[in-house]
Design a protein around this ligand. Structure first.
Ligand code: PEP
Ligand code: MG
Length: 591
């Protein structure tokens, strides 16, 4: 039997192949000095190398823009800024002029100082900046000294699965697709730059795998499952067959599912279930329309801050929102305002030292520190609403006061737009139910909002006190925990008592068994990743909702999550072929 390592899913797809462990050689920059009469030439060498690095980075940015899009291209903006950073440049020049160091040594020392300053913060959120800095360092040094490149593909003929500690953005976009089947990294989060790029390139990828690159030997066969975030080292023949069959089944199922595009998401006993799409990028809007989603239940807007050193301008946001609204029209689009903080910490936010970023300045709380963050989004959304149905959704809300403050900003924005004669329309306002507090007072919040969006990802994290990004803790991250069932049931009851519609937009809504649980608890709208929508529709069309509700209500007094899950598989496994609905469900040989 192979060894299964759980990481964080970054880009979907199952691949089997030999591991290529890319241990990039340590950067050795020898300590060397120059004479006083060589200083001028050394400064010129540094400036020329920096200039060339800027040109190369801009070239890469352009390539990525035309190949993958503007959001992905912006990933390279912080690198261009670093190459202009007066602190980085002056510090290097001081080392050359005052300490007589060579350009390469002076620059490397300065980079090292930056790196240790940033790493003092020791949070995942600075890791993208550190990876960017490494990219910058390599690009400047490559014209100053001979540095060994990432020669991983040179000595292997067969395509490989690249295993590395982490990948910088330029290494990710540089990968030769004919040689690299997939990527597995020790570090990284779902929103790290390398993960965003892997998704855009369509390269199966798992990040956050701990010490995988030290556990795998070169050439050892591995299976990488990008959708479930798993890597299986040295699989047995039967495991390989299993994955192979599963992959083939998934592809076949995908083909068959196309037949459901024009059909309604209606259960056998006649209940129409809302099936909406979650978008991460404006470009995902086309995928949502292609699968005939009922609309967008969650448009995450964090892509707008990628590479940004200032709060994104209203106009840029308006254009992005309008493009999605136009693509989806006449269907509704739910724009969620920035959910920054946690592991998403753009450069324009003041670097705050926090012990627990997910319990710190996150979501709505940051708007207080930076009101324009919210204000521009609201104005952009109200303007986009003139072109279609737009709904505004706010993350991490805990109190009625917060909703009232938000309403006040929205009213103010409307008055301004009215006064200035700028075309706009009214948007319904909703809040995420993703903290235990918000669910507990949902009946009260319901008096102040127009809709609810229940976020199972954070609700599980905060209810069970389990870091959602920590792959080592994934077995504790349990949707089926009896406490979750009670809270979701209460949220549904509060929503219906106040007449406020509720949609679930966490990952659970994209999972077949998870969504059966949600439907059984009374949820009637799901918002899923576009690629899961047709599978979910087929599932919905195959069930008798009354039966699902009976099964789930019979489990409300179960004692453990394991029992609830097992009972569901046992009692609903014959209603619907779970494995066929989504070959990526959790029934793997090693689970
Ligand atoms: C959630 O918390 O469930 C959710 C959908 O939001 P996000 O994953 O963006 O935090
Ligand atoms: Mg959330």
């Amino acid at each position: 039997m192979g060894v299964m390592v759980q990481g964080i899913p970054a880009a979907p797809g199952i691949v089997i192949g030999p591991a290529f462990v890319a241990r990039w050689p340590r950067l050795e920059v020898p300590h060397a000095t120059v004479g006083p009469d060589e200083i001028e030439a050394e400064v010129a060498r540094f400036q020329a190398a920096r200039q060339l690095a800027k040109e190369r980075t801009s070239g890469l940015r352009e390539q990525v823009e035309s190949r993958l899009g503007s959001v992905q291209a912006k990933i390279f903006d912080p690198q261009l800024m670093m190459l202009e950073d007066p602190d980085l440049i002056e510090g290097t020049l001081t080392y050359i002029c005052d300490s007589f160091l060579t350009a390469e040594r002076a620059f490397s020392l300065r980079v090292l100082e930056f790196r240790s300053r940033w790493l003092d913060a020791t949070h995942a959120r600075v890791m993208d900046r550190v990876a960017d800095l490494l990219d910058v360092q390599l690009r400047v040094l490559e014209t100053l000294i001979d540095i060994p490149g990432p020669e991983f593909a040179v000595d292997v003929d067969d395509p490989v699965i690249l295993v590395a500690h982490e990948l910088t953005p330029s290494r990710m976009v540089d990968l030769d697709r004919s040689r690299v089947l997939g990527v597995a990294t020790d570090a990284g989060t779902r929103t790290s730059h390398a993960a965003i790029l892997a998704r855009s390139i369509g390269l199966p990828c798992v990040v956050g795998l701990g010490d995988l690159s030290y556990r795998v030997e070169n050439g050892v066969e591995i299976i990488l499952d990008g959708r479930r975030g798993k890597v299986l080292i040295a699989p047995s023949e039967s495991e390989k067959r299993w994955f192979h069959d599963r992959d083939a089944r998934a592809k076949q199922a995908e083909k068959q599912l196309e037949g459901t595009i024009g059909e309604e998401a209606r259960t056998r006993d006649g209940e129409r279930i809302g099936l909406y799409a979650n978008l991460e990028l404006p470009a995902d809007a086309r995928a949502a329309v292609a699968v005939n989603a009922d609309g967008v239940g969650l448009f995450r807007t964090e892509f707008l801050v990628v590479g940004k050193t200032a709060v994104p301008a209203e106009e840029e946001q308006y254009e992005a929102f309008k493009s999605v609204v136009d693509t989806l029209a006449p269907r509704p689009v739910t724009i969620r305002t920035f959910d920054l903080g946690g592991d998403k910490f753009p450069m324009f936010l003041p670097p705050i030292a926090e012990e627990n970023p997910f319990l710190g300045w996150r979501g709505i709380r940051i708007y207080e520190m930076m009101p324009e963050l919210f204000r521009y989004q609201v104005r952009a959304a109200l303007r986009a609403a003139a072109h279609g149905q737009v709904r505004l959704l706010v993350p991490m809300v805990n109190t009625v006061d917060e909703v009232q403050r938000i309403r006040a900003v929205i009213d103010e924005a409307r008055r301004e737009l009215e006064r200035d004669g700028i075309e706009h329309a009214v948007c319904p306002l909703g809040v995420m139910l993703e903290t235990p507090a918000s669910v507990a007072i949902a009946a009260v919040l319901g008096r102040y909002v127009d809709f609810f969006s229940l976020g199972t990802n954070d609700l599980i994290q905060y209810m069970l006190a389990v870091d959602r990004g920590n792959a080592q803790l994934s077995r504790f991250f349990d949707l089926y925990h009896p406490a979750l069932l009670m809270y979701i049931r209460d949220a549904v009851a509060a929503a219906s008592a106040t007449g406020v519609p509720l949609c679930v937009c966490g990952e659970a809504a994209s999972d077949p068994l998870g969504s059966l649980l949600l439907l059984g608890l009374g949820v009637r709208s799901l918002s899923c990743t576009p690629s899961a929508i047709l599978g979910q529709k087929r599932l919905i069309r195959s069930i008798d909702l009354g039966q699902v509700e009976r099964v789930v209500s019979g489990l409300l007094d179960a004692e453990t999550g394991r029992e609830i899950r097992e009972q569901m598989v046992m009692k609903l496994g014959d209603v619907v072929d779970l494995a066929a609905v989504d070959a990526d469900n959790n029934l793997s040989p090693s689970d």
